[in-house]
Design a protein around this ligand. Sequence first.
Ligand code: IPM
Ligand code: MG
Length: 371
Amino acid sequence: MATHKLLLLPGDGIGPEVMAEVRRLVGWLEQRGVADFALEEGLVGGSAYDAHGAAISDADMDRAQAADAVIFGAVGGPKWDPVPYDVRPEAGLLRLRKDLGLFANLRPAICYPALADASALKRELVDGLDILIVRELTGGVYFGEPKEIVTLEDGTKRAVDTQVYSEGEIERIARVAFDLAKVRGNKLASAEKRNVMKTGVLWHQVVSRVHKESYPEVALEHILADNCAMQLVRRPKQFDVLVTDNLFGDILSDIAAMLTGSLGMLPSASLGDVDPATGKRKAMYEPVHGSAPDIAGKGVANPIAMLASFGMAMKYSLGLGELADALDQAIAQVLTEGLRTADIAAPGTNSVSTGEMGGAVIKALEQQLAR
Ligand code: IPM
Ligand code: MG
């Protein structure tokens, strides 16, 4: 049996609590003889800053490069608000994305019927929602240079961020999105601001060319990013796969998250190119929710996004796709059975702890597999 090398980076806030449920799931998989794992654990974010004065150490970066998959919890918290910009907790996450070349960020937003009432939108708008946001993750305004604050001659300051995209960067993310559209609903929406931004003009041109050249059978729609935000709350089920740049993807995926009832439900996968020599790709899996410092350490965080992120690792990195599907079924099952952590519980109803939810998902997974 192949041994899967995983690097766990729990991070800050609720990160360690939800990561504990991944450890449990991994232990259960080993016990069942499904797979063997070699687990390593490292520090990222504020916890890494406290230990080494950097948001991630070079040694942990090397371990991330060597892993089959990096499993990431969350970073940040008010404790580190005063630390210098270059070593702020988020810098660790951004370095992992950039140095591992994880340009394709997949953020599925699924509204489980059992949770439709937890959404801020009316049930009929979100019940059964299943969209996939494909966010470009290593380019755009997040990384473009210059990126600086300069002092002008008159003593006032000026800040610059640079939005930059090359044709190659747009083409490779477009291909990932078209390929995913083909195995889903065969339709793709591409969001940019070509009415204002040159990067939007090029984005539109490149996506159109790739469509014409390689994916004419996929129904492609171009949509302005602001209109896309509006359509996501007006009639979200019109979308299936949505491809967009780094910054728009950040914003649109938070909107999509709330459609599903809670940020605590959204997993993500960040993938690099397939290495032709090994057939493998670098990958990192992380919940979309943050470190939630307000509830950290209380044992009440929702572990579903973290567990579902591990499910995406099983699917995209570990060759355990069927098991990943069973895990999704198990999550749907516990929700149907009425189990709720505080973030998705109706006001005035009981909620379970992080550990109880994690345990219930594993139990449901056992039942799913016995079917
Ligand atoms: C996300 C987060 C990050 C981002 C932050 C923590 C740097 O909001 O993954 O969506 O902006 O990409
Ligand atoms: Mg975000």
